[in-house]
Design a protein around this ligand. Structure first.
Ligand code: DER
Length: 282
């Protein structure tokens, strides 16, 4: 039908524009759209794909890579980065960790050449809500480990601001902390956070690939640059500022593993600080 056709077109375009045969490590996301990304890459033939390691973002993504005959890697098998210990002489932990002292390693934070993934909602600044498929932790781990994060989505996902059509922020949490996290989210203005249930697929909560639960927290729509006087927060695209700071506030709740807010172009710089996924044109 035309939605599947739109997903496929978006996926083939993303691969055409952002996949390069010189790449060595490629992240593969989760969901139904990324299936077409794998199809488009596999179509390039084994002489291309056999030289590349494909990094999954969960069990579905892993199956996708295996079934497409692509070489399977894993995020914990990537080459390590080394630091010359002499560079730390006389510096405090805070000075090095906050980059006050450039260790010349920033460019080495991303070990993947590119990561392709879907999203549940995207705004015009390429901020995304992710986690509809309950894979957001490994998706963000891989997205922030990639030099380029390509979000692939059909036009249904594009909204003027986040939380327009997709009403909740998926949050991956430690099951034991669920009541406490729910209480805190309510005090932060989320009217009715719910633990995602398996429904007919599984009695009780959905258990993620990491043995965690998903709490879906409804919030009012996020703001965009157009909602605020430019520069209110003094760092360019305000919408991204909103997403970034809401994401960090939610991430700080004890028991939260990861939050399903990825932020856009601005985020690319922040992503290089290893905080959140950045985004390229879908
Ligand atoms: O969980 C996620 O963020 C996935 O990327 C997913 O929600 C996208 O799913 P779709 O491609 O099937 O719409």
């Amino acid at each position: 039908d035309n939605i599947e056709a739109a997903k496929r077109r978006a996926a083939y375009k993303a691969v055409e524009d952002h996949f390069d045969t010189s790449y060595r490590y490629v992240g593969i996301g989760s969901g139904s759209t990324v299936v077409y990304v794998v199809e488009a890459i596999a179509a390039k033939g084994r002489d291309v794909t056999s030289k590349i390691v494909f990094i999954p973002t969960g069990d579905q993504s892993k199956q996708l890579i295996i079934e497409a005959g692509l070489p399977l890697g894993s995020i914990d098998s990537l080459p390590p980065v080394e630091i010359e210990h002499s560079k730390l002489d006389g510096l405090s932990a805070l000075q090095v960790a906050t980059g006050l002292q450039d260790l010349g390693l920033k460019g080495k934070r991303q070990s993947l050449d590119v990561a392709f993934d879907g999203a549940d909602e995207i705004d015009e600044e390429l901020n995304c809500i992710k986690g509809g498929g309950a894979c957001l932790f490994q998706e963000k781990l891989v997205a922030t480990a990639a030099k380029k994060f390509i979000c692939v989505a059909d036009s249904r996902k594009l909204q003027p601001r986040l939380l327009t059509k997709w009403k909740t922020i998926p949050i991956e949490i430690a099951p034991f902390a669920a009541p406490t996290i729910k209480r805190i989210l309510i005090t932060l203005g989320s009217p009715d956070p719910v633990i995602r249930q398996g429904g007919s697929a599984k009695a009780g909560p959905v258990v993620t690939d990491n043995g965690m639960w998903i709490m879906d927290a409804p919030f009012p729509p996020l703001l965009l640059a157009s909602d605020l006087k430019h520069g209110d927060h003094g760092d360019g695209e305000n919408g991204t500022w909103e997403v970034h700071h809401l994401g960090r506030r939610l991430k700080r709740i004890v028991g939260v593993l990861e939050v399903g807010l990825f932020h856009g172009r601005n985020g690319l710089q922040v992503a290089s600080a290893g905080e959140e996924g950045g985004g390229q044109k879908p």
